[in-house]
Design a protein around this ligand. Sequence first.
Ligand code: AMP
Length: 363
Amino acid sequence: MSEGNASLPPGSTIGILGGGQLGRMMAVAALQLGYRVIGYAPPGDNVAADVCSDFFHKAWGDAEALAAFAQKCDIITWEFENVPVQTVEALPQDRLHPHPRALETAQDRLREKQFASEHGARPAPFASAETESDFKDAIERIGAPGILKTARDGYDGKGQWRVRSAQDAQAIRFPGQACVYEGFVDFDAEFSVILVRGQDGETRFWASPANVHDDGMLTSSTVPAGDTIDAMVEEARAIAGKVAEALGYVGVLTLEFFATKDGPVFNEMAPRVHNSGHWTIEGAATSQFENHIRAICGLPLGSTDTRFGWVEMRNIVGPDALTAHAMLSEKGEPHLHLYGKADAKEGRKMGHVTRVSHKRQTG
Ligand code: AMP
């Protein structure tokens, strides 16, 4: 380390809020760097606990448990973007990365779109819809097709309703919470910008993958993304860089975009490591998980260079996980990651497989 740069020495303890697969993979990266990891999440299938030396299965609002957790941690981060802001604000701020303002911004779709717009992003036309009557007004203003999304707590396509026509909207039971209505984007492809920003502001970007979704959930991410996406990555990176800077961000940040004939249209941001960045474990010189840990611990960032001519990550969802070992016989050096979740129920992300090759594989 250079002089004056206070990095966290080996043997220190990293606290992770959230107990899912992102925390599990982050913890593995932290262990490799010689850290200990402690987790905190409400009771549930907290698969990160398998690789943590201690895990607090406690409610987000349990002040006593939070204080005990914080006391054991030298640095604290999160893997889950719906950790209540009050929870992170109750933790020692000088030992927390990223800053809670990133969570505050990303947890509310309306705020997120406004914030990103202020920093050069162009989202789909959108309107706040706090009530059913706002929703109707929004359709009139923006038109259909469009998508009604809950402003908070949505993920993997949950809390979203497609509105194909104004008549269609009659059939939608307006949820009892604030929503955002947005125009449907006619896109050629989808992609993400995944960056890591260090404590000194140094920012590095991984190659942007082409992301394919099914019913709102990511199914695959592929690098290289192809000419259509590659042509707009620079513009998207500039926006993501400005957003990260404005948030004083430390760690990995992801912004998702639609590639349209008019350029990149901002969809949403995730103030954390991201499913579309899982390919970096085998496909990049340094993974998103390792660089997140390096950033929050004040270590030098690792290279984000892509190591292969072709990398493809596919999610393993639901009961497919039960036969996932068969994927190890696929072409393209498959690497399997199973998250150790107990219940392989339909629609649940159970693992992923990454294939790498010097040239594109088919089949
Ligand atoms: P989100 O949870 O907002 O990221 O949405 C999940 C997925 O739904 C996106 O990745 C798209 O595939 C699709 N989607 C969401 N919003 C829109 C939109 N305004 N226009 C077209 N497709 C959308």
